[in-house]
Design a protein around this ligand. Sequence first.
Ligand SMILES: Cc1cc2nc3c(=O)[nH]c(=O)nc-3n(C[C@H](O)[C@H](O)[C@H](O)COP(=O)(O)OP(=O)(O)OC[C@H]3O[C@@H](n4cnc5c(N)ncnc54)[C@H](O)[C@@H]3O)c2cc1C
Ligand SMILES: NC(=O)c1ccc[n+]([C@@H]2O[C@H](COP(=O)([O-])OP(=O)(O)OC[C@H]3O[C@@H](n4cnc5c(N)ncnc54)[C@H](OP(=O)(O)O)[C@@H]3O)[C@@H](O)[C@H]2O)c1
Length: 456
Amino acid sequence: MEATVDKFNLRPHMQFGISCLGAKWVSKTNKWDVYLQDMTGRKFTQQAEIFVSAVGGISEPRNIKFPGMDKFNGPIFHTARWDHTYDYTGKRMAIIGNGCSAAQVVPSVVHDVKYLKQFARSPQWYHERPNREFSNFEKFCFQYIPLWQRYQRYSLFKSSDALVDTYMPGERSRKIRKATEEGAIKYIRETAPAKYLDMLIPKFPLGCKRRIFDPNYLQALHEENMVLVGEGIKEIDETGVTGESGTREEFDVIVLATGFQVSDFLAPMKIIGSTGHLLSEQWQESKGAQAYFGTYVHNFPNMAILFGPNTFPAHNSVLFTCETQVDYIIKTLFASVVDKRATIVEVKKEAENDWVTGVQKLLAGSVFSAGCSNWYINSAGKNSASWPGYAYDFWRETLFPRYTDFRLEGGSRLWVLRSAYRQLASLLFSKPSLFLFLTVGFIWKDILVERAASFF
Ligand SMILES: Cc1cc2nc3c(=O)[nH]c(=O)nc-3n(C[C@H](O)[C@H](O)[C@H](O)COP(=O)(O)OP(=O)(O)OC[C@H]3O[C@@H](n4cnc5c(N)ncnc54)[C@H](O)[C@@H]3O)c2cc1C
Ligand SMILES: NC(=O)c1ccc[n+]([C@@H]2O[C@H](COP(=O)([O-])OP(=O)(O)OC[C@H]3O[C@@H](n4cnc5c(N)ncnc54)[C@H](OP(=O)(O)O)[C@@H]3O)[C@@H](O)[C@H]2O)c1
């Protein structure tokens, strides 16, 4: 990341240690007032023509309050807010939750703590990690055969993308899912202690919860200082935790592997759009967050969201989606404003609703709504998280934006000239163009010198 920041000279454009509290669209100026706060607590406002949220979809810990939690004498921290100053060596640790985060924490700490008890309310699907060592021949190819690495990367992308078929309705998907479930059950049986198998093997279909590619978690369950219980939390007191079964034990530290506030997109920022209403209020009316291509929301002009509603692929890298969204936002919003095609770019309400309806139709009957608890489905029962198709489809569908789906206002008639000039300039000053000019220049220089020599 550091190298990329330097490569593109991004550092001068960055400000660190600043939190965005919210933003308000000001119709008089056609700009966003963005409310910020630095680490000293100083609050200030900045104006912006364009407001892009890149606050992540899985970054704000779920706000969970167990009865008596405030009384606990020791440290309590969330996996995403890990207290690195705390030395847990030789301590008694309780871990609450058993999602992907807990599966990574358990094998990392189990050898250092004195005692580890994990509270898991429901099972998960575990699979062997598909990581493997590359052979010397493959390493040779990576180093010396042009594009070989790219090809490998592409193959990996394609095979991951094909996994989407596992989660959708229909007989073909059911068969693929069944075969994958059988493989997972075999792996769990072979790897986990027999005493936990009933607790570990899910009864809900594979994919309903995010699958876990096991980072040695099941192996860690064999450790003598490790106990797994299939229950939630009844209460916490000054020195201990009582599970739902009523069993109480003493602990020095409690780790909350309880997940993230995914359905409250952009929270806790307060964002006010052109109608004077909060984004959260608009989303309450639509029974959950929604955005056109997970990026644009009507009544919120010149605003874009990265990793927004219904952009989460269950089967491929989120980063690919985010990068696709960046390209899309540049084409639709940045280019329009920079070229003065428009001063206001806002998705039309009907376009947004049509897109969301289409996505929800595709999601109907998918495993995501198969009855388990997961972070895809919000309290109103709507899946505001998942992208139902291939990651490739998201790229393809955003490649050529439908400008008729947007309200483009203001701007200049000369925008076409500006756009042509900008694109030509960026083409001429691109590395391949400069390389081409230099090569042609050198060839010409040689020809000229040769001609001059023959002349004299
Ligand atoms: C433990 C873990 C492992 C994951 N592993 C994978 C994986 O293997 N593959 C995958 O595809 N996805 C994975 N994910 C999902 C992951 O969230 C995304 O892939 C990726 O981080 C998204 O990038 P992002 O830049 O959108 O958000 P983030 O990486 O979450 O970055 C958001 C940034 O915004 C900042 N921020 C938040 N609110 C504010 C505010 N109000 N003001 C200012 N700054 C703010 C945060 O501090 C953070 O720096 C994982 C998530 C977690 C939690
Ligand atoms: N690729 C990776 O290596 C990686 C690693 C970590 C995270 N991630 C990403 O981050 C996402 C979130 O993972 P996560 O493990 O942090 O969260 P998560 O999958 O949402 O899991 C949260 C866990 O906390 C439990 N929980 C929630 N509320 C509880 C309560 N009130 N009482 C008791 N238990 C409670 C849940 O139990 P229930 O299931 O019973 O609700 C679940 O076991 C993942 O799905 C994945 O996308 C990826």
